[in-house]
Write a protein that binds this ligand. Structure first.
Ligand SMILES: Cc1ncc(COP(=O)(O)O)c(C=O)c1O
Length: 376
């Protein structure tokens, strides 16, 4: 097959509304732009994937991404912005490796599947206090501050702001005197977050920010510099946040395309009106879906208690697993894809991240109402 230079100008093929939990829908404007830049970026005649990670093009791509990230987070030179290879799961191990001293303890909140995995990793490396255990209640709610059994001098408190699987979301960060570490993988830049109150925030990109396999880290420099890791002398450089910071996220050949795509998504968020506009859309999307659940006369049951509901993931069930299956199949036929629940929770889940159009949620809500009418 011959390839024409004009091929990249073809309109994108038919796309459907994608409610996948991650990798997830990207803003269409960004996908179109990336398609152009794969061919040639900044008029260089070389595609973004083909430029040296130490050349001026990637300097600019990375510089712009960091600048836009700082604008969105409202942070200046007090914080490092890092783009790290591999997903959030690697941070589950790197955080205790870097911030948990041999004689210290870290507080963790077990509020869902991913928070639990972060605890399992930390336990391999140091002393962990599980300050809240959500397993007995099937992760259906988040703790109030009064429910937290905090240790008196934790090196940090780690929590997950949005629990992607059971679809719960903290309304405000937990109250603690310890430095706050937050896994914001599934709600980064979808609502305001106080980055000055957090010592370390991380998000794997494949939900709200870009492609899988890269993680955005925003860390306060004073926290990074004061760290007394148990493994300090033996920490391999690729697992050392300070080494990544010193190297400006280019310790090795980094995932340059991921950096580029995150940069374009951050730029898109700013152009749309920034985090306040992302929040407005998130509220509009989630209201549509929760109303469809709450007015279904019990046909749909949400997994999360109302007071802990997420604006980013909506997990629910129909009266039977057979109907859940039929829902997934018929929704896909109607152009609504990616609605099967996580393997640990079952049921159904709609992930409605920043790039999901409000119109997509409206169409799904209509489908839900019609499906309940026909099968209820
Ligand atoms: C909240 C949260 N944390 C961490 C992860 C793991 O991310 P990764 O697969 O990029 O390691 C996920 C993935 O879905 C997630 O939802």
């Amino acid at each position: 097959m011959s390839v024409s230079v004009h091929d990249h100008a073809r309109p994108l093929p038919h796309r459907v509304f994608n409610f996948s939990a991650g990798p997830a829908a990207l803003p269409e404007d960004v996908v179109r732009e990336a398609r152009e830049d794969l061919w040639s970026i900044f008029g260089t005649g070389i595609g973004v994937l083909e430029h040296s990670h130490r050349g001026p093009v990637i300097d600019r791509v990375l510089g712009d991404a960091i600048q836009d990230c700082r604008r969105l987070a409202g942070v200046g030179e007090t914080h490092e912005v890092l783009f790290l290879p591999a997903g959030a799961t690697l941070q589950f191990a790197m955080i205790p490796m870097n911030f948990l001293p041999a004689d210290g303890v870290a507080d963790y909140l077990d509020t869902g599947v991913w928070a639990h995995k972060s605890i399992e990793e930390a336990k391999r490396l140091g002393s962990v206090n599980v300050a809240f255990d959500g397993r007995p209640s099937h992760y259906d709610h988040l703790p109030s501050d009064a429910e937290l059994a905090l240790s008196p001098s934790a090196a940090y408190l780690s929590y997950c702001s949005n629990n992607t699987v059971f679809a719960t979301q903290f309304e405000a960060p937990p109250r603690t005197n310890a430095p706050l570490v937050c896994d914001a993988s599934s709600d980064m830049f979808s609502r305001p977050l106080d980055f000055d109150r957090h010592a370390f925030v991380y998000a794997s990109a494949q939900k709200n920010l870009g492609p899988a396999g890269i993680t955005l880290v925003i860390v306060r420099k004073d926290f990074l510099e004061a760290a007394r890791p148990a493994m300090k002398e033996r920490l391999p450089s690729m697992l050392d946040y300070r080494a990544h910071a010193t190297a400006g996220s280019r310790l090795n050949t980094p995932p340059t395309f991921g950096m580029y795509l995150i940069g374009r998504v951050l730029h898109w968020i700013l152009a749309q009106g920034g985090v306040p506009e992302m929040l407005r859309r998130a509220q509009a999307r989630s209201t549509l879906l929760y109303e469809a659940i709450d007015t279904s006369g019990g046909f749909y049951r949400g997994l999360a208690k109302k007071e802990s509901r997420s604006l980013m993931n909506v997990s629910f069930r129909t009266p039977s697993t057979d109907l859940d299956d039929r829902f997934v199949t018929e929704a896909a036929e109607a152009g609504l894809d990616g609605l099967r629940g996580h393997r640990d929770a079952g049921g159904l889940r709609a992930s409605i991240y920043n790039a999901c159009p409000v119109a997509g949620a409206a169409e799904l809500a209509l489908f839900m109402r019609e499906f309940a009418r026909q099968n209820g």
